[in-house]
Design a protein around this ligand. Structure first.
Ligand code: 4NP
Length: 178
């Protein structure tokens, strides 16, 4: 009983002290779509002066490319827009749901894989393109991995118009500055 009270107390202190909103973008391999979303979103957050309040990362539902830099084609597309991608691929783990405030899946297959891990609340886990102002009902980010260069540019266009909408969603959820 005492332990239960202590745990509740600790959780409340932790919630109150948590100042940084943590968002993670998740795709299959964590070398194409989600690293681009991470890079574009990070650059937007920095431009808005919110770097101390929002932490941005990405992951894959698979561990196939763990430790790798983003795909060279994705890095080149981003570089042309003035964004350097230097994340290293990592696999999303069920315990990550405790850490993140918002987890954005790139397509419905990724979303299902995350849902199957359990532990995600509907509020935390969403589809990236549910924020896309031009989704026309298509909520999947196309996977450019097996296609040509135009696929990477297309992914960039979706990411670029969607990231500001995600920031609009997060802004009122940020902890007030002390
Ligand atoms: P991503 O793209 O999920 O956007 O990182 C892919 C990367 C690698 C593979 C598939 C998609 N693959 O089959 O290895």
């Amino acid at each position: 009983m005492q332990r239960h009270i202590l745990n509740t107390f600790m959780r409340e202190i932790n919630l109150e002290m948590k100042q940084v909103f943590e968002v993670s973008f998740v795709c299959l391999g964590n070398i194409c779509r989600s690293p681009l979303a991470q890079g574009v979103f990070e650059s937007l957050v920095a431009r808005e002066g919110l770097g101390d309040q929002i932490s941005t990362s990405s992951a894959g539902v698979s561990g196939w490319h763990t430790g790798q830099l983003p795909d060279a084609r994705m890095r080149e597309t981003a570089r042309q827009k003035g964004i350097q991608l230097n994340s290293r691929a990592r696999q999303f783990k069920p315990a990550d749901f405790n850490r993140f405030d918002l987890v954005l899946a790139m397509d419905q297959t990724n979303l299902s894989a995350l849902e199957q891990m359990g532990g995600a609340s509907d509020k935390k886990l969403r589809l990236f393109r549910s924020f896309d102002p031009m989704n026309n009902g298509d909520l999947d980010m196309p996977d450019p991995y097996y296609g040509g260069n135009q696929g990477f540019e297309y992914v960039y266009q979706i990411v670029a118009r969607t990231c500001p909408k995600i920031l609009e969603f997060i802004r009122p959820r940020l902890a007030p500055l002390k």
